[in-house]
Write a protein that binds this ligand. Structure first.
Ligand SMILES: [Zn+2]
Length: 97
């Protein structure tokens, strides 16, 4: 959201936090070179899982255009919604607590 947004909380509640996990997974996949079926580009990015998530993290924490409740599981590498499952480091499948 823009830094000068006068409706910062409204934007976060009604826009940023409503971005579905599927869109974040699509970005995560794209950054690793897995393109959606409707896209063809020459030389797509080929980042590692870790590098791809660093970009998502930047968009969450610095620019705040993505919600910060999505995390990458440290064991299986999948993206999960901490509001729905898992803890701060692991998805429900991989968590051991
Ligand atoms: Zn996992």
């Amino acid at each position: 959201m823009p830094k000068n947004c006068k409706h910062e909380k409204w934007c976060k509640d009604n826009f940023t936090n409503e971005i579905p996990i599927g869109r974040v997974e699509e970005l995560y996949d794209f950054l690793q070179g897995k393109l959606p079926k409707n896209i063809e580009i020459k030389r797509p990015p080929h980042l590692s899982e870790a590098m791809a998530f660093k970009i998502i993290w930047f968009l969450q924490e610095q620019t705040q255009v993505l919600p910060d409740h999505f995390e990458k599981c440290q064991t299986c590498g999948s993206i999960y919604d901490t509001r729905q499952e898992g803890n701060i480091t692991h998805c429900d499948i991989c968590r051991k607590d």
